[in-house]
Design a protein around this ligand. Structure first.
Ligand code: GLN
Length: 547
């Protein structure tokens, strides 16, 4: 059987949830026995999102092989079993970069290098390359970022038009649009969808299936109207209404609509029975919590709802596992400028998580938060920057190393407890040059973290330039801050834990990137489990938190 291809474009407006919808479809195809691969094509010119401000782009999702990719890849990871690697995300920047490098090498000698055919050929070869190293892929799902009609997505649309022409019978185009309800007129409006399909048709792409995002289910006559005006069979017009429960319900809703069955039919694939048992069990746990707790995420990019996407989701997964109704309280660290503000903000919070981050803004406030958590036995989970904060706070206030700092913040600090990784000293380019991707870590036997993982060695993903300065190891350990994990066969610190605190753990890596709703991460599971034991109480009773 030939490999099949599903292309998904978006129309009308951005933020329709293309990634989530595609990931949900991927799950449904897998649940019917297909092996899938995924590719996200991003029209922007950055080589990758690694150098973009989280306020602009949201989270950067890091793969095992060290690629900094679009956060939609996180959805694919959480919903499907597809292998996510640097081949799973291509940007215009990468496409142009490789065409221009070939031009300099003389590969196109004699020809004028143009968008068509050179850029479009490169896009097509990236599509092929995205799954080439994987065996027996049945379906490749390709999501085109941006909105149809954008200037920068044109080469991608032309490339998929050509691809479909060259692989006729093996490709379908799904167009995700928006059907707004105009309150004043009391009407659903199909015109934006008609226009966006018209733009696609001008390029030579006729959608095989239209998926309409909407507030409420669409009546049949609206589907018929879209079908007529867009030349798409009415049985191929689907709606995807807003869901007010959980994003993990999206695949189930789409399968109730029989979207997956239609896709099988359009791709001329024999329909196989569906098995979503594991997913259903996870949803059941999520919907039937037995207890509740509140965890604060204290970060500097809180204003962007997707800046800590995987951290939020990893906490949710751990909550499902603990049958817990978890409230995540995002707090902008800049609002926590003194002890009073911290005490007030954390009054009803069972635990605190400080996620990754870069630069000085909010740094000192994070140290105050870590101090508060240490002194008040509030569970603290530090991820990457959060681990570095844990170390600096401990150095300043327990070891009495005044002005201890990270050299990221204070180059000439007298006590550089966090310092630039030696391999980083020679690096001048900012893009793609951090310590990235998966590394093996050995856990210290008998440590709290070892007990949580129940493993001697783990593999976790990284994205950082600075490290714990091993020269301070003994001083820290004497006072109870233990180096519970190190890079395998190396002294590089991966995990710090405070042995005088019920749960104060910092990890230099990003465990959130591997968590799945059906397979929560052990550290997050244990963190939520501990948070559940914490009593929220006024300051005077803080010492009794764990009684
Ligand atoms: N800024 C810190 C570093 O580069 C932490 C990075 C992070 O939190 N991802 O080491």
């Amino acid at each position: 059987m030939n490999t099949k291809f599903i292309f998904m474009t978006g129309g009308v407006v951005s933020s329709l949830g293309k990634g989530l919808t595609m990931a949900s479809l991927g799950l449904l195809l897998e649940s019917r026995g297909l092996k899938i691969s995924v590719l996200k094509l991003d029209p922007y010119l950055n080589i990758d999102p690694g150098t973009m401000n989280p306020f602009q782009h949201g989270e950067v999702f890091v793969t095992d092989d060290g690629a900094e990719t679009d956060l939609d890849l996180g959805h694919y990871h959480r919903f499907t079993n597809a292998i996510i690697s640097k081949k799973s995300n291509a940007t215009s920047g990468q496409i142009y970069d490789s065409v221009l490098k070939k031009e300099r090498k003389g590969d196109y000698l004699g020809s004028t290098v143009q968008v068509i055919p050179h850029i479009t050929d490169e896009i097509k070869s990236r599509i092929k390359d995205s799954y080439a190293s994987q065996k027996d892929i049945d379906v490749v799902l390709i999501e085109i970022g941006g909105t149809v009609g954008d200037i920068e997505s044109l080469p991608f649309l032309e490339a998929i038009r050509q691809f479909k022409h060259e692989h006729s019978g093996d490709c379908i185009n799904i167009h995700l649009t928006y059907v707004p309800y105009l309150k004043a007129a009391g009407e659903l409006k199909t015109k934006p969808t008609q226009h966006s399909v018209q733009v696609l048709r001008e390029i030579g792409i006729i959608p095989d299936l239209i998926l309409c995002r909407c507030e409420n289910p669409l009546p049949q006559d609206i589907k018929e109207k879209i079908s007529l005006f867009c030349s798409v069979d009415v049985s191929s017009v689907f709606d995807e209404p807003d869901i007010d429960t959980t994003i993990y319900e999206v695949p189930i809703k789409l399968s109730e609509e029989k979207l997956d069955q239609k896709v099988f039919e359009l791709l001329k694939l024999p329909l196989q029975p569906s098995n979503t048992t594991k997913w259903d069990e996870m949803l059941f746990k999520q919907k039937n919590p037995k207890q509740c707790c509140t965890i604060a995420i204290i970060g500097k990019y809180i204003a962007h709802q997707d800046a800590y996407k995987s951290v939020f989701e990893a906490l949710n997964h751990a909550a499902f596992e603990n049958e817990t109704n978890l409230t995540i309280l995002p707090i902008d660290v800049e609002s926590l400028c003194d002890d009073d503000a911290i005490e007030k903000a954390l009054e009803n919070v069972n635990a605190v998580l400080i996620p990754g981050g870069f630069g000085a803004r909010g740094f000192e406030n994070m140290i105050l938060v870590a101090k508060y958590c240490r002194e008040n036995t509030l569970p603290y989970f530090g991820i990457c920057l959060g681990m570095q904060i844990l170390a600096i706070e401990f150095a300043r206030h327990v070891l009495d190393l005044k002005d201890a700092n990270s050299t990221e913040i204070a180059k000439n600090t007298p006590h550089p407890v966090i310092a630039l990784l030696s391999e980083q000293e020679v690096i001048t380019n900012l893009g793609g040059s951090m310590r990235l991707g998966s590394y093996e870590c050995s856990l210290k036997k008998g440590s709290q973290t070892h007990n949580i993982y129940k493993l001697d060695e783990i593999t976790e993903r990284h994205r950082h330039r600075y490290e714990f300065n091993a020269l301070y190891k003994e001083k820290f350990e004497e006072k109870g801050l233990i180096m519970a994990g190190t890079l395998k066969n190396n002294f590089l610190c991966e995990i710090l834990e405070n042995s005088n605190h019920p749960w104060m753990i910092g990890v230099q890596f990003h465990p959130e990137f591997v968590s799945k709703p059906t397979k929560a991460h052990p550290l997050f599971i244990d963190f939520v489990k501990t948070a559940l034991k914490v009593k929220c109480s006024p300051k005077l009773q803080m010492a009794a938190r764990f009684e």
